[in-house]
Design a protein around this ligand. Structure first.
Ligand SMILES: Nc1ncnc2c1ncn2[C@@H]1O[C@H](COP(=O)(O)OP(=O)(O)OP(=O)(O)O)[C@@H](O)[C@H]1O
Ligand SMILES: [Mg+2]
Length: 209
């Protein structure tokens, strides 16, 4: 969803990645979902809103207080349209966005770089996520972060490693069983899960089954 939300070039993204997705999209872009047996087309911000609602509920269950306002993080390279669409998702979820900060700044906070001892520091944040690679330089002064340089690849993330493994195994399975599986959403979803598990195992070990 992050690759689609507020993205002016969504059609390019769909062309390149669509075949790996286990949901259907159109050019607008809208996502096809099944709600209580009915097929509906919803916008990426509405999908994100559902995720935010789920997160809000999980947090409320722990802190036992209603969550009304949030600090929202977005990739450093997000343009105004992408930011607006992300804020819209929060609004749909009934959340007020008190501040929007960039993901590398959030990472710097998480690692305690807002502490005084890191003042006057240039920090390189390398963030390879599920969907995107963000490499940024953050200037830290008196606990304030300023993103001064951005690089990376908005269409490279762990999901692409999964896709490469999927291509590899789909080919082997289709040849071995003489059956087409790439159109079968359930089978592809199962294979995707296996590929992700395999990828995680291969981070720690030389080989895995
Ligand atoms: N042990 C591991 N070995 C290899 N990859 C891993 C491991 N653990 C997690 N990953 C991969 O990291 C990715 C998730 O990273 P992260 O949680 O940083 O993403 P994200 O912040 O949700 O995504 P993005 O920033 O792109 O929106 C997934 O592709 C996941 O499979
Ligand atoms: Mg991330």
């Amino acid at each position: 969803m992050k690759r689609l939300i507020g993205n002016k070039n969504a059609h390019e993204c769909i062309q390149r990645n669509g075949k790996y997705w286990t949901f259907k999209t159109n050019e607008k872009p809208e996502v096809e979902v099944n709600i209580e047996g009915q097929t509906k087309l919803i916008k990426p911000e509405e999908v994100s809103a559902q995720i935010l609602m789920k997160l809000k509920q999980s947090v409320e269950n722990v802190v036992r207080k209603p969550i009304k306002s949030i600090v929202l993080t977005v990739p450093a390279y997000f343009d105004e349209d992408q930011k607006k669409a992300t804020i819209k998702a929060a609004e749909i979820a009934g959340l007020h966005v008190s501040e929007l900060i960039s993901e590398p700044s959030a990472a710097a906070y998480a690692y305690g770089f807002d502490q005084h001892k890191f003042s006057d520091t240039n920090l390189l944040v390398f963030d390879l996520g599920g969907g995107t690679l963000d490499v940024v330089i953050v200037k830290i002064k008196d606990g304030i972060f300023n993103v001064v340089a951005i690089g990376g690849d908005t269409l490279l993330g762990g999901r692409d490693f999964d896709n490469a493994l999927m291509d590899y195994f789909v080919d082997i399975i289709e040849k071995k069983y003489k059956k087409k599986i790439s159109e079968n959403v359930k089978v592809m979803q199962k294979l995707l899960k296996e590929c992700i598990d395999l990828k995680h195992m291969l981070t720690a070990t030389e080989d895995a089954k």
